[in-house]
Design a protein around this ligand. Structure first.
Ligand SMILES: [Zn+2]
Length: 196
């Protein structure tokens, strides 16, 4: 029996993966995007979108592609992808972003806080967060380079399956930004860890 863990709407969570273990991230209701950060178990390496672009040669990653660390080591391989569109360009949403872009004055749930808390809970030290792997987030890149955020393509129950290529500390966040989620209010995500 594989135990399914829930990431509550607009919340985050942390977990550890041993090399070779599989992480399935599920969108239970559909149309919900999230953020994933990966650090080496001891915090010495972290996920890098730039290095990933170096080695996979494209900004849209899917089945068979490897997500690389800032020290040029494979961190995660996408083993199965039922959605086929993810973003690896945008920074995690933050309180400052909601203030600057949307005029939010009070508190707003955000992925930067969620991911930071999850990493602290795993004992990972960091000054700032790298760009997250924004699974299920659907960003269109026009020929002139302009970016448009569209609704996620994930339907209820869709998932992405990732294999750990080293021992990892993983932080996840169910993104509360309605612009990234087809204008809908925040919904939960779920994950399962599968040992092989
Ligand atoms: Zn977010």
């Amino acid at each position: 029996m594989v135990e399914r863990q829930l990431i509550a709407a607009a919340q985050g969570g942390g977990l550890r993966l041993k090399r070779g273990e599989l992480l399935r991230i599920i969108d239970p209701e559909g149309g919900q995007s999230g953020d994933l950060l990966a650090f080496a178990q001891d915090g010495s390496e972290r996920l890098s979108n730039g290095r990933t672009f170096d080695y996979v040669g494209k900004i849209y990653v899917s089945t068979g592609d490897v997500l690389w660390s800032d020290r040029s080591n494979p961190m995660l391989t996408i083993v199965d992808d039922q959605v086929g569109r993810h973003d690896f360009l945008y920074s995690p949403c933050s309180l400052e972003m909601y203030r600057l872009q949307y005029g939010v004055t009070g508190h707003h749930a955000n992925c930067t806080d969620n991911l930071s808390a999850a990493l602290r809970g795993l004992g990972i030290q960091f000054d700032s967060l790298p760009t997250a792997f924004n699974f299920f987030m659907n960003v269109e890149v026009a020929v002139d380079g302009r970016l448009t955020v569209a609704a996620p393509r994930s339907r209820a129950g869709d998932s992405i399956l990732l294999r750990a290529e080293m021992d990892l500390a993983i932080a996840l966040s169910a993104c509360p930004a309605s612009t990234c989620n087809g204008g809908a209010p925040p919904r939960p995500l779920a994950y399962e860890v599968l040992s092989v």
